[in-house]
Design a protein. Sequence first.
Length: 413
Amino acid sequence: MTTAQESTITTRADGPAREHIDLVETYAAHNYHPLDVVISRGEGAWVTDVEGRRYLDALAGYSALNFGHSHPRLVERAKNQLDHLTLTSRAFHSDQLGPFARDLAALTCKDMILPMNTGAEAVETALKVARRWGYDVKGVAADQANIVTMAGNFHGRTSTIVSFSTDEDARRAYGPYMPGFRVVPYGDVAAIEEAIDANTVAVLLEPIQGEGGVLIPPDGFLREVRELCSRRSVLMVADEVQSGLARTGRTFACDHEDVVPDVYVMGKALGGGIMPVSAIAANRDVLDVITPGSHGSTFGGNPLASAIGHEVVAMLATGEFQERAAQMEQILRPGLEELTAHGVVAVRVRGAWAGLDVDPALMTGYELCRRMADRGVLAKDAHDSTIRLAPPLVASDEDLSLMIDVVRDSLTA
Ligand SMILES: *Cc1c(COP(=O)(O)O)cnc(C)c1O
């Protein structure tokens, strides 16, 4: 059934692409299993490989490319900053961090931010802030703090974060694991309530589980968690690294339930697809637990990152990308739901973000993505027979129709 498919892929990989793939296979650790596509250019929603083939990018760097490849406004700001100043370290001030911090605080409606680089670092920052807040403000006894997290989570790859992962591939043989985390089923408020005790300092969750397969919790879940956290004096920490910054049709996925968490965790699109930029945002009563020397990063808040992040925030402040993502949902939802006639067993859509569960008897998510790549659309499986679609928010209506057609053709070929 897959023979024709495999021969096409093999042909592609025998060309100039093969050389690039062999180098990576030989000299880079095998921590990913990429499709046999070697990209050398990107513009907007489209990329071009080393053999001149064009593909619609329906992964968008796991939503790091919400604004598409090489957005002219972001590239211009980055180039301009490159000519002036790239790094000072936080031992000195730069003229870029202040405006970025001010405007990101305004976008989140929080008092202040703490800038880092990767999403995982921002999650680590939130965990450290929550623990310190627990000891210094809530009055938890030393080293007794616990944090409630959700099954099926994805928060990054550090040894602390994988300690509360429920994904065996992500966790195996990385012990001993960090204690102090309690994992409960996602979407189950009663289970969270049961897990909370006097030493609980935070509930950490993704408002939509992206790597989990774009899993949307039951209506009202976020509101109930918010109410519970307030009632029990526990910080609600929303990891919006993937769900935030316009992807779901609102600035934050929490906005869909009018929920304001105590701590926002942001990354991915905050760097405009150009470089890693992450941050947490919270009010003064929480972030004031951080004092000089207690946390930091050589590159966190660097001038180049701040300039790009500042431009990203300015682009989000108009609301146009959020609006576009909401419009995209109007095309994606009917188009993708129609695929249930072709072997898709579940469809979840929020904004420009979709998870599809394919009938496991038909093919794996990886196989579906291989077939889609052959037809000019790049996507990624989440796990097993689930794929996620997250085209850049600059994709046109025609791009979205093409994407849906390619999924259908790939399922039925
Ligand atoms: C990608 C992701 C992270 C980790 O971000 P990195 O930049 O890869 O460290 C954390 N949380 C969520 C929800 C993510 O999707």
